[in-house]
Write a protein that binds this ligand. Sequence first.
Ligand SMILES: NC(=O)c1ccc[n+]([C@@H]2O[C@H](COP(=O)([O-])OP(=O)(O)OC[C@H]3O[C@@H](n4cnc5c(N)ncnc54)[C@H](OP(=O)(O)O)[C@@H]3O)[C@@H](O)[C@H]2O)c1
Length: 346
Amino acid sequence: MTQSTQSNRRVVLASRPHGAPTPANFRLEEQAIPTPADGQVLLRTVYLSLDPYMRGRMSDGPSYAEPVAVDGVMVGAVVSRVVESKHAKFAKGDWVLANSGWQDYALSDGTDLMPLGQAPKNPSCALGILGMPGFTAYMGLLDIGKPKAGETLVVAAATGPVGATVGQIAKIKGCRVVGVAGGVEKCRYAVEVQGFDACIDHHAPDFAQQLAQACPQGIDVYYENVGGKVFDAVLPLLNTKARIPVCGVIANYNATALPPGPDRLALLMSTILIKRLTVQGFIIFDDYAPRYPEFSADMQKWLANQQITYREDLVTGLANAPEAFIGLLQGSNFGKLVIQVGPEEQ
Ligand SMILES: NC(=O)c1ccc[n+]([C@@H]2O[C@H](COP(=O)([O-])OP(=O)(O)OC[C@H]3O[C@@H](n4cnc5c(N)ncnc54)[C@H](OP(=O)(O)O)[C@@H]3O)[C@@H](O)[C@H]2O)c1
């Protein structure tokens, strides 16, 4: 079933997952396309971004954001086209960045829309390198990580939109960059295409030893994307005054309980004390929204100068979003995961 002009398909949260999400936690529904009132636009989704934070919204535990309601449309950023406008600032055919979630059509009063013009060059980039993940990489690295030339930076999920961008900005700043990724192919890509100095496969049985060998001068910045065994391997390698922007801990997102012992909290706290580590979490738009223009200007320049490359993992069809999202949490994506929901042409 493809996007139609007759009905609105939407993916709703059918039930809350316990552990890893399954297809049964999602439901594809069809309903009438809504009609815009005065001051509103009707949007048609072209690209839907799938991001790890959506796992948190499927649960109703304590978080920085409200959960998706059961039977509610799954949240998500989209790149859409205006199908019908009763809003003075938007015309039919305009491209916008919106928050319509996992569905074909949605209404907006314009307050949550970012205009992308009538003919953006690569519209889906607004969901990745020029959007939330790129901005996250930039602010976490530069504001908290504070990389200096000659220092060693480690980042995991190294071929994903955040990790790939962190590592490439750190190279621009003169760092030695060591990535961590799942599998030989991703690791080769991080080195050969993204220009990392090394990349270690976290599935390797001797992963911790390989990481230590790749960081002979220790680690000055560890950009935390995953937690789990990667953090365990990083901890003993951290240098005095190392900085750790805590961006995400995806290894824990499907966890239903704390990991088995031994309890390493005492080791962590004494390492923070002895090494005088800076460990700081951040939520990108809550903490840095006013600095988006600074990011955007730098990133446009780096892309134009071909100092940063960007890889997209494009999956076709809204109905395939649940499976693609389940895979994202297990590392089956290779690059920024985007769903093509409908055609670019009007
Ligand atoms: N704080 C914020 O405001 C903010 C904003 C955006 C993103 N984030 C966080 O940033 C991180 C990266 O996001 P992204 O959009 O760039 O995701 P991504 O890299 O496209 O996808 C997640 C990747 O995490 C890796 N992974 C999954 N489970 C893992 C495990 N147990 N151990 C090691 N690696 C694992 C997989 O890559 P491999 O196959 O390479 O292991 C997977 O492809 C996530 O933790 C996300 O929640 C935070």
